[in-house]
Design a protein around this ligand. Structure first.
Ligand code: AMP
Ligand code: MN
Ligand code: MN
Length: 331
């Protein structure tokens, strides 16, 4: 992969060089996307810069404890007439993850791409892409230090949230000594780890439980019990009176089953559109599977969106997964 990478110094210079920024993360933002976008916003404020922070679609309300959450604009509900010469994209594995926010780029806009997905295709004009980083927030920590930003509780909370959520609460294999060192530094600025974990990891909506109850009835083992999958249909959402964000985390019930190598969830976001999430143990690199289906991610956590019914999406995933796994569906 082309790795003509910018240095942290160049990223810090990007912040200093421009005056008005468009800041964005990916569609269906998670804790790292939201924490990193708002972390950038706080850094820009300290540097006396102007910004607009925009996403295509809503940001889950569970993240409303983050500073400047009320500044996040949903482009679908609050269209913007302005175009921007300087753009900062965080946690976007590829260009398409930015969604319609791309319509706000001036032609020839300078784009700083800060990300940690190994499938990132360096779509920016300045690319700070570090696949070895556990979270985009980890990279942002370095940029903030380099830019001479003063750390305070608010900025620390944004970065900590990205680290906590992308490491699954400091449990996944991306939890390095450096992640723990940075987390310790962030706690020293006043972040309350119990409160952040409660909001990001523990608290669930009742609608989530109702979706989970229905989804668990679909859970099945296949491929010699190496694959576990689960499905949620649009009908399940309406009967549980749930939003798409209420289906988060279902894939973990699949992957966590003893002996399972790959867990897959099929979530029908709207009729004919299925969001696929994959989680792997050791044998398969699921980022490669997702990439073949137009998505991306990490070796052990990836996703893509597939057109068709749930049954059709399943078949498409099995077709790509089977050669990687070396096992066919009914074995
Ligand atoms: P998810 O299953 O949505 O939690 O995503 C797992 C990982 O895959 C995250 O790192 C996402 O950023 C990445 N990912 C999910 N969907 C896509 C997609 N359509 N394209 C690229 N990367 C994705
Ligand atoms: Mn993300
Ligand atoms: Mn991330």
């Amino acid at each position: 992969m082309n790795r003509n990478q910018a240095t942290v110094e160049e990223a810090a210079r990007f912040l200093r060089e421009h005056n008005r920024f468009l800041v964005l993360s990916h569609i269906s933002p998670d804790g790292d996307a939201t924490g990193s976008a708002l972390g950038v916003v706080l850094m820009l404020e300290q540097l006396g810069k102007e910004y607009v922070v925009v996403n295509e679609g809503e940001t889950p309300l569970k993240f409303n404890f983050l500073p400047r959450f009320d500044r996040l604009r949903d482009l679908r509900k609050q269209p913007l007439a302005e175009t921007f010469e300087a753009v900062i994209a965080v946690d976007c594995a590829d260009e398409s993850r930015m969604g319609d926010v791309r319509s706000l780029f001036a032609s020839g806009a300078a784009l700083l791409n800060i990300d940690h997905h190994p499938t990132n295709d360096d779509f920016g004009s300045v690319n700070l892409v570090r696949p070895e980083a556990a979270a985009t927030a980890e990279i942002l920590f370095d940029v903030a230090e380099q830019a001479g930003i003063a750390f305070n509780e608010e900025l620390a909370l944004c970065i900590y949230t990205g680290l906590l959520t992308d490491t699954g609460g400091f449990r996944y294999s991306n939890t390095t000594p450096r992640v723990m060192e940075i987390a310790a530094r962030l706690l020293s600025y006043g972040v309350k780890p119990g409160e952040v974990a409660e909001r990001c990891l523990e608290e669930i909506t009742f609608a989530h439980v109702k979706v989970l109850r229905r989804a668990l009835q679909t859970l099945e083992l296949s491929h010699g019990s190496l694959v576990a999958s689960i499905a949620v249909s649009v009908g399940d959402f309406s009967e549980a009176n749930a939003q798409r964000e209420d289906a988060g985390g279902l894939v973990n019930y699949c992957r966590n089953i003893e002996g399972v190598e790959v867990g897959v969830s099929f979530v029908e976001a709207e009729p004919g559109v299925v969001k696929v999430s994959m989680r792997a143990r050791d044998r398969v690199d699921v980022s490669a599977i997702a990439k073949q289906l137009g998505g991306g991610g990490h070796a052990k956590a990836s996703g893509c969106t597939v057109k068709g019914t749930i049954a059709e999406a399943k078949q498409k995933v099995w077709d790509v997964l089977e050669p990687a796994l070396g096992v066919k569906h009914d074995e």
